[in-house]
Design a protein around this ligand. Structure first.
Ligand code: FAQ
Length: 323
């Protein structure tokens, strides 16, 4: 059955739009050269560029601990994880280029402070246990979100997610292992792990975005098969999965109001502090300024590499035209 045209895309040719939406309804994948509504393209650029920026800014809280990792093995796996996140960012920026944007423009938006990236990366990593909590909870939440995006209707994004999720699984395991070892260690180590869980729990739930009723983009994204599940559905799935994991390593989720609903089989949880969420999204979180300053400085310090690459490319172009 052909769905009724989307109310948000009435400026498009109705016949093409109907054909496009019928393809989505049949579960077909949309590829870069296929016709797509301009709003579909813009939604993808918005979401994918925020995602790519998140991967890059997400390197900062963890890179902060590379020099202080407690052993060579920990240092190696943390370095590998941070490098993986850089790779994910570059991979997703490539995906945005299939939609006709220039990644330099996206980078400039990030550096100018006009682009969004995930709220979670505006919190500080205060102790080694935070590295465990980030791997376990932040990568864990990313996996729940991105496993669904691996079924998104836009081919290049969906395929990127398949590959990225494989690496995120390793990240989650190393984080969970750090937490389980600390939790089973001395009373001080256990307290450190619990403190990290206490601080990262609520920001992790916020990663899934506002409640469905307050999410302006969700209807369109769901309709066009970019999102397969809503923000609240994915958040609930993450909570259900994580409760058992916390119990298994003898840690307590910092929500005394949590209870299991036998009828729905869901763990019900307390209200999220949305004022806090929006404050961080709007740029006033604990580390927003620090994160942007670090990205700007990294970009400025890389200027000589870009200049050298450009000079090299020009030299080769001159040689080729002379030949
Ligand atoms: N933070 O209408 P919705 C990772 C914004 S990667 C900041 O519900 P949507 C791997 C939203 O953009 C983590 N802003 O939006 C890693 C929108 O603003 P706009 C990133 C947020 O798009 C691990 C407005 O609020 N993952 O962790 C947030 O339908 C460790 C209204 O919201 C992705 O980006 C937020 N948490 O749903 C790396 C996955 N939530 O643009 C390093 C792809 C919402 O209208 C270390 N993205 N906003 O001005 C998505 O799945 C979706 O974009 C959502 C938001 C679910 C994040």
């Amino acid at each position: 059955m052909t769905p009724a045209p989307s109310p948000t895309a009435t400026t498009e040719d109705p016949k093409r739009l109907a054909e496009f939406e019928a393809r989505i309804a049949r579960g077909e994948t949309i590829e870069p050269k296929d016709w797509m509504p301009e709003k579909y393209r813009r939604q993808l650029v918005r979401m994918m560029s925020q995602h790519a920026h998140s991967e890059l800014v997400g390197m900062l809280p963890e890179a902060n601990w590379i020099t202080r990792a407690p052993s060579l093995r920990r240092k190696m796996s943390l370095m590998a994880k941070v490098q993986d996140e850089a790779g994910h960012g570059l991979y997703i920026y490539c995906g945005t280029e299939t939609l006709g944007v220039d990644r330099h423009d996206l980078t400039n938006q990030l550096l100018a402070g006009t682009a969004k990236y995930s709220s979670i990366f505006n919190y500080p990593t205060l102790t080694w246990a935070d590295i465990g909590a980030v791997g376990w909870l932040v990568d864990g939440a990313a996996i729940v979100n991105q496993t669904m995006l691996a079924k998104a209707s836009y081919g290049p994004y969906a395929r990127a997610m398949v590959r990225i999720c494989k690496e995120e699984n390793f990240h989650k395991r190393q984080g969970f292992e750090i937490m389980s070892i600390l939790s089973a260690g001395t009373p001080e180590q256990h307290a450190m792990a619990q403190d990290a869980l206490d601080r990262w729990w609520w920001p992790s739930l916020m990663m899934f975005g506002p409640h469905d009723k307050d999410s302006p983009n969700s209807d369109e994204l769901l309709r066009w098969g970019i999102k397969k599940k809503s923000n609240d559905e994915l958040r609930q799935r993450f909570v259900n999965l994580t409760v058992g994991q916390a119990k298994a390593i003898n840690l307590t989720i910092p929500d005394p109001g949590m209870k299991f609903n036998e009828a729905t089989k869901n763990w019900e949880f307390s209200d999220i502090n949305w004022d806090d969420f929006w404050r961080v999204v709007k740029g006033d979180g604990p580390c927003n300024r620090e994160r942007l300053a670090a990205r700007r400085s990294a970009h400025a310090n890389g200027e000589w590499v870009r200049a050298a690459a450009e000079a090299h490319a020009q030299k080769h172009a001159r040689k080729e035209s002379a030949a």
